[in-house]
Design a protein around this ligand. Sequence first.
Ligand SMILES: Nc1ncnc2c1ncn2[C@@H]1O[C@H](COP(=O)(O)OP(=O)(O)OP(=O)(O)O)[C@@H](O)[C@H]1O
Length: 655
Amino acid sequence: MLSSIILKSDYCCKKTIKSCLSFDIKNKYHCFSYTSNKYLNISNGLYKSGLVTINKYESRSFEIKKYITYSSKKWINKNFAYLKNLTDTEVSNRCSKQSQQIVTDKEPVGLHPKKEFSLDQTSVNSEKEPRAALNYATRDATQNNTDDALKTDTPSNVTNAPLHNQALSESEKVLIEKVEELDQDIKKSLLEVFQYKELTDVQKLIYENVLKVNKKNDLLIQAKTGTGKTISYLLLVIDDILKNRIMSVHTLIIVPTRELANQIYNEAKMLLTFKNNINVLTLIGGIKRREDQINIRRVKPDIVICTVGRLLDHFECTYLFNTLFENLKMLIIDEADQLLSLGYKNEINRIISYLPQKKRNILLSATLSYNLTEIRKNICKSDYLFLNCIQNISQHTNEQLKQSVLFHKAIDTTVILYNILIEHMRLNQFTYKIIVFFPTAKATAFFANFFQKQLKISVYEIHRQKEAAHRQIISNRFALESVGILFTSDISARGMHYSNVTLIVQVNSAISREQYIHRVGRTARSNKEGNAIILLNEADQLFFEQIKDLNINKLNPDNYIIKNTNISSYLNSWISNTQLLYLAYAYYSSLLRFYKTKYVTLKLTDDEIIDVVNNTLLSTGLVEQPHISNKLAIALNMQNNPRLKIRKDIDDLLL
Ligand SMILES: Nc1ncnc2c1ncn2[C@@H]1O[C@H](COP(=O)(O)OP(=O)(O)OP(=O)(O)O)[C@@H](O)[C@H]1O
């Protein structure tokens, strides 16, 4: 028996649904099918062969209306009839009749052509094979990995949120004060300390699919940057600690950077304001190991937040450290796609080998999809749930973010950066908060000093070569300031929340599309507006291919290369400053390395790399080409290139 929903009448508008729609209840899923529906966009479903599978809902008719995302409920009420208990054939007949009726449909306007998907008409009842029926609505080359991963999953694995950033109607919002499952003290701190009123999309998804129904599966969670993933998993952790109190560490949270560890620590402490019997501790580099050991004994942590290096260090060097985790209940890997990528994979695998098998794994990121299969295989148990707030990878960045690209010549890099900053500061005198990402730590150090000392623009500086304590102080200061400029390397790209950032500038290409998404995700957070500009010189141009679907508009470089007398004189007068000179040489070497590691993706020859690096340095006013050490030249495999100035007598200080 099938129940069906059919279009009541011919509907002629921009958002026409081409045919009819029916649904069947089989086991716990509702399966929607429709005939020639090209444009119907059911946000919380997965598509293939005419099937849309959605998890169980309480009210069928209501939920169906809710998940036809671009149509208002009013429109649905007017145009759909809800029919019960039809046989297969009846539905088919009605469907085809209905299809014939609606022949005057107009092309939908405002839907991206990529969103079109064709459905296999023959598989109206193919819910017999739910595995094969799973797929995303959007087809595009870069998403194939996700699709492949999902094809092998059972439908219960995947839960999508309504299209992200779409304003939730009042009835869809989950008000925190009404959430009965939350502990009273936690609720109190959410309402009074954080002053949040409702759950964000990702928090709502977790609440409804996991917390409320008390599920204990492993979780993969993907939601856009700045949407509250941290609170969402902290709620899960605290809920579990309160239910299953143990006398050793309950949850281990692994993150890529010290700053992020501290940020999560602060958020957890705030959440536990009225619950002082749950203890949190960070174990991060830059602090003596012995100090950690004392803190562990003193704090007796329930939740431990660690960076990868320090955790591994302890496992391998601290006597009996692994016994701390012998009853571990939860392992959380934040920024999971990064931590499970090549750079960190071995270390994470070693860490996991020290942890008990029987624990719950929760993996999060704004960009999980590209290496999903591997992540799933490596870490998750087979009955894991994938909670996904991003259904279309071209919507990975926030809607309220205005993105631009500026293609320019390397020789104009410094003046363009200067003019962008000056213009933004002028237009946002009392509110400007800017983060500038550079490709390497040494590039960051040089430009930070150059802007401070030569161009007289005050900037904060964070990168790996600064000491941990310094980094933390600068990070806190920038977070608290109402205006400011932060020059940073990728260390600040992921997870860091600085409120009210108005502009992100990226100098040169990012190391990947994902890193670009995380970098621009430092602005336009919590539904606020934000701007992002990426500066791509002649060598970086191919990087644009990786991000061009992200709705990025092009800026005219001519508007930014005007040199006023100020900058001209500043650029010409620093060569006697030995400290800056030293930093410039180091920047030069690091930029050669940067492009050499990217020469395959950017399709660069050695000569092109040397030219672009020379010109970038020339843009700062450094007329004479720096020397590099023989060792670096060999490492770059450029020791015989006559365009480089190589000196055997300088050491690797500048590497
Ligand atoms: N329910 C809520 N209501 C309002 N603001 C919230 C809520 N939950 C979290 N936030 C705020 O949203 C901001 C972003 O949160 P968070 O840093 O957890 O984002 P994220 O999704 O982890 O981002 P990223 O992917 O960049 O790490 C923070 O300021 C956080 O305090």
